[in-house]
Design a protein around this ligand. Structure first.
Ligand code: PBG
Length: 340
């Protein structure tokens, strides 16, 4: 039996006729754009930014060309440009003055993120400010929570993450984004926000975050490499995707508003499954390693960087992401504007 008959239900007579010419709608750019299924938009992007203490400080991250550690004054300048380009949102990562075992600068109301958010909301009020909630940039050991013996403990850590989230909300953050992957943290954060009357601040949780080699350059940028061990006791095993559905479902039960899959490219299948299953607002994080590989190959002349960038971003959206966190946001925004 003819296989196509089985899958598409065409009769043999149909196949005897002139074959379908799927190329017809590809012949001109006008036709191609008429039938295009996925359109990237500026409204999809969130640009990650790294904030450091000090003034007039702007230092490029060695492994991430075009990405800088910025002091608050430089952050404001950068965000004015981001806003002017039409990018709706940024996500902030902080590098604190001081690190200790409890990551106490993470929930210090005068910490780097809290200070940066207050300044940003004052200067550029309508730029959406997302704050990453984690302890790894703030702990002396570089882990995302409290370490006891050989264990990164869960329940005591989520209490601190909730405190951190509250200080971000108090500073004026628009969206809270926990990236730790501990159990129960979305509920802990929702509870503390609600108890303090921040009923309308959404949570965008890193729901299916994998223990990935693609975070390498980020850890240079955020100075958050663990001093011992790794993150495999809380981040997901790259081999699993059913488990990602459980992680996402659990975050939804606990009250998340936007679910995130991270990294993006090696997990496009997971993005699609999550979108199909839950139809939630879905974000994907096109992480540092994904960015740096394209930058490096582009600089070597091995690939056409702008073209590959747009292809990758489009593929993430095609897979089902509504929101893309990407270091390419400014480059892509410029290209999208040129095209118009
Ligand atoms: C943790 C955090 C990480 C990233 C975002 N939030 C690093 C990690 O889990 O080690 C990685 C982002 C990237 O690679 O671009 N606070």
């Amino acid at each position: 039996m003819n296989e196509s008959k089985l899958t598409l239900g065409y009769s043999d007579e149909t196949f005897a006729k002139p074959f379908r010419r799927l190329r017809r709608t590809r012949m001109t750019e006008a036709l191609r754009s008429l039938v295009r299924e996925t359109e990237l938009s500026l409204n999809d992007f969130i640009l990650p930014l790294f904030v450091v203490p000090g003034k007039r400080f702007r230092k490029e991250v060695g492994s991430m060309p075009g990405v800088f550690q910025l002091s608050v004054d430089e952050l404001i300048r950068e965000c004015a440009e981001v806003k002017a380009l039409g990018i709706p949102a940024v996500i902030l990562f902080g590098i604190p003055e001081h690190k200790d075992e409890m990551g106490s600068d993470a929930y210090n109301e005068h910490g780097i993120i809290q200070t940066a958010v207050r300044a940003l909301k004052k200067e550029i009020p309508d730029l959406v400010v997302v704050t990453d909630v984690c302890l790894c940039e703030y702990t002396s050991h570089g882990h995302c929570g409290i370490v006891q013996g050989n264990e990164i403990v869960n329940d005591a850590s989520i209490e601190l993450l909730a405190k951190e989230a509250l200080t971000h909300a108090q500073a004026g953050a628009d969206i809270i984004a926990p990236s730790d992957m501990f159990d129960g943290r979305v509920k802990a954060i929702r509870d503390i926000l609600d108890a303090n009357k921040y009923l309308n601040i959404p949570i965008m949780s890193y729901s299916a975050k994998y223990a990935s080699g693609f975070y390498g350059p980020f850890r240079d940028a955020a100075e958050s490499t663990p001093k011992f061990g790794d993150r495999r006791s809380h981040q997901m095993d790259p081999a699993n995707s059913d488990e990602a559905l459980h992680e996402v479902e659990q975050d939804i039960i606990e009250g998340t508003d936007i679910v995130m899959i991270k990294p993006a490219l090696p997990y496009l299948d997971v993005i699609r499954r999550v979108k199909d299953r839950f139809q939630m607002p879905t974000a994907a994080y096109n992480v540092s390693g994904e960015y740096s590989m394209i930058k490096a190959a582009g600089r070597n002349g091995w690939i056409d960087e702008p073209r590959v960038m747009m292809e990758v971003l489009t593929s993430i959206k095609r897979a089902g992401a509504d929101i893309i966190l990407t270091y390419f946001a400014k480059d892509a925004a410029k290209l999208l504007k040129e095209k118009k």
